[in-house]
Design a protein around this ligand. Structure first.
Ligand code: TMP
Length: 215
């Protein structure tokens, strides 16, 4: 894969369950399109036909269907296909890519949540992404109880992760906080409480700060 541009127009959305990522991604896409930008909205696991097949295995069934290592391998295989087939072609065509979760989710869920060693997961990400990173990662941070309540109401068959205990989700939340602290330049914490409009305004401000040409 090609060398990746530092300021690729690649934004990922991260956070625990029920943080409002999909609503906010759709709103940011509209905001960018209103500025005559081309936008590709995508998600992980998934985002290419092959990766969506892996997603179907990953997010359905019993909570203990896969152990942490199997999960890490599944999401990383899906990510490689997604990067090659969807993300890189979109970036190369000049489009913005707004991605619902990316490699940070593997560090938070399989690393902090499941307890796999972070260096091992980092190596796996190097294989999956060839070093491609979002230029901006928006961490939608919502109190855990509120997020899980929203997620349980919303999800149909894709609820494998909600079946995991509260302590697991607590570790995931702590993982996102640690990742954000380690990379303050790329990672922006967004307070996800309040109306969708209020959250969108916070997101637009963070995007303009990172990509000043848009302001
Ligand atoms: P979603 O509910 O945001 O669509 O994400 C699907 C689930 O997959 C969610 O519970 C988080 C989990 N997940 C991981 O455990 N590791 C990963 O690398 C990714 C991308 C998602």
């Amino acid at each position: 894969m090609a060398q990746h541009n530092e300021m690729a127009r690649f934004i990922s959305f991260e956070g625990g369950e029920g943080g409002g990522k999909s609503t906010q991604i759709a709103r940011l896409a509209d905001w960018l399109r209103a500025r005559a930008e081309t936008v590709v909205v995508t998600r992980e696991p998934g985002g290419s036909p092959g990766a969506e097949e892996i997603r179907a295995l990953f997010v359905t069934g019993a909570a203990d269907r896969w152990d942490g290592a199997t999960e890490a391998l599944l999401v990383s295989a899906a990510r490689r296909d997604h990067v090659r087939k969807t993300i890189l072609p979109a970036l190369e065509s000049g489009a913005w890519v707004l991605c619902d979760r990316f490699a940070d989710s593997t560090l938070a869920y399989q690393g902090y949540g499941r307890g796999l060693p972070l260096p091992l997961l980092q190596n796996l990400q190097d294989i999956a992404t060839d070093g491609l990173l979002p230029s901006l990662t928006l961490w939608l941070d919502l109190p855990l109880e509120e997020g899980l309540r929203r997620a349980t109401q919303r999800k149909g068959g894709e609820a494998r992760f909600e079946g995991l205990d509260f302590a697991f989700h607590r570790r995931v939340a702590e993982g996102f906080a640690a990742l954000a602290e380690a990379e303050p330049e790329r990672f922006q914490r967004i307070d996800a409480e309040g109306s969708p409009e209020a959250v969108s305004a916070r997101i637009a401000a963070a995007v303009c700060a990172r990509f000043p040409d848009l302001a």
